[in-house]
Design a binder for this molecule. Structure first.
Ligand code: ATP
Length: 323
């Protein structure tokens, strides 16, 4: 049994009569201690997936189908109190580094007090000792406890968010674009901290990013999302070196290897589809250079070793093809 099993997850955002179909049947698995990446362009549903998994998706977002099993327990359909209890027993979210990840009028110590209260740690001295130890693990000084979020740099706030997530002693951490708002050097040092914490503590992780290069440096497996679906998945090295789906191929073309002799970066023409409309067949077809009429019909799943994609015209010769 996997630590996390997501099956055919469907999530809509409902605003009056408008419905955005943000997740259109997403399935993925994460094993104990496994580090997976979820990549895709803005608006493809990555954050929706992350918030649904940790149980913090709220109106106007609704799970309308599918299943999320964590350690064999079905999370879909739990009430808020049950979800909260479960979060304190193994699931944590590290959101983007922005100010809104932390309460601007609460000191950092106050944040630790709130989070640790949920784990039964309430005595002031104990809260302080745990917080100092957690801050140390993310390379922050104890004096940070007295600070308010606006007094810290973006990188420091991101480290605080990381320490707060670790306070829950999670078995699975969802990192939602944790370094997007940071400059490149700070980004690198936060990523190094995430990597070494994961190795030391052995938690499983879902690292959400639009940057497939960054994900490749961290995750052993990657799921590529487009328009609310996983369109390709497999071991990261294989997906990066030999993408099957034309969208993954295009996404990889957007990132340059700075060590390459000749650097060419291509954008992807057009933009992702509007998720209000129903989509028939491959959502990437209108932007794909090799699309045909078949791409507007139900799609085959093509496989090569332990990599798969839902694509009519895979970028390399495949071994298997099934409907
Ligand atoms: N609170 C909301 N209300 C209405 N629509 C939403 C809401 N949150 C997300 N959406 C819509 O759901 C779809 C998926 O959004 P989501 O934020 O999950 O994508 P994403 O891949 O995480 O994008 P980004 O990288 O920009 O955060 C988009 O069409 C988005 O506009």
């Amino acid at each position: 049994m996997s630590l996390l099993e997501v099956r055919d997850l469907v999530v809509d955002y409902r605003m009056g009569t408008t419905v955005v179909h943000a997740l259109r049947g997403v399935s993925l698995e994460v094993d104990e201690g496994q580090f997976i990446g979820v990549v895709g362009e803005s608006g493809c549903g990555k954050s929706t997936l992350g918030t649904a998994v940790v149980g913090v998706l709220g109106p106007p977002g609704f799970i309308v189908g599918g299943s999320i099993r964590f350690r064999g327990v079905e999370l879909v359909g739990l009430d808020a109190a049950q979800r909260r209890a479960l979060r304190h027993r193994g699931l944590a979210l590290v959101p983007q580094a922005g100010m809104n990840a932390l309460n601007p009028v609460r000191s950092i110590e106050g944040h630790f007090r709130d989070v640790l209260a949920g784990t039964g740690v309430r005595h002031r001295a104990e809260v302080r000792a745990r917080a100092v130890s957690l801050l140390e693990q993310v390379a922050l000084a104890p004096s940070v406890l007295r600070s308010y979020p606006h007094e810290l740099s973006g990188g420091m706030r991101q480290r605080v968010a990381l320490a707060l997530a670790l306070a829950l002693e999670p078995q699975l951490v969802v990192f939602d674009e944790p370094t997007t708002a940071l400059d490149v050097l700070v980004q690198r040092s936060v990523v190094d901290t995430i990597r070494s914490l994961q190795q030391a503590r052995g938690f499983a992780a879902i690292f959400i990013s639009h940057d497939i290069g960054l994900v490749a440096s961290l995750a052993s497996r990657v799921d590529v999302m487009y328009a609310g679906e996983v369109v390709e998945a497999g071991p990261t090295e294989r997906v990066v070196a030999r993408p099957l789906h034309r969208y993954t191929e295009a996404l990889l073309g957007c990132y340059a290897d700075p060590r390459a002799e000749e650097v060419t970066v291509r954008g992807i023409p057009g933009s992702p589809p509007n998720l209000v409309a129903q989509i028939e067949g491959c959502a990437f077809a209108p932007r794909c250079g090799v699309a045909s009429d078949e791409c507007r019909c139900p799609l085959p799943t093509v496989t090569l070793d332990d990599q798969w994609a839902r694509c009519v015209h895979p970028a390399v010769a495949v071994e298997g093809r099934s409907r």
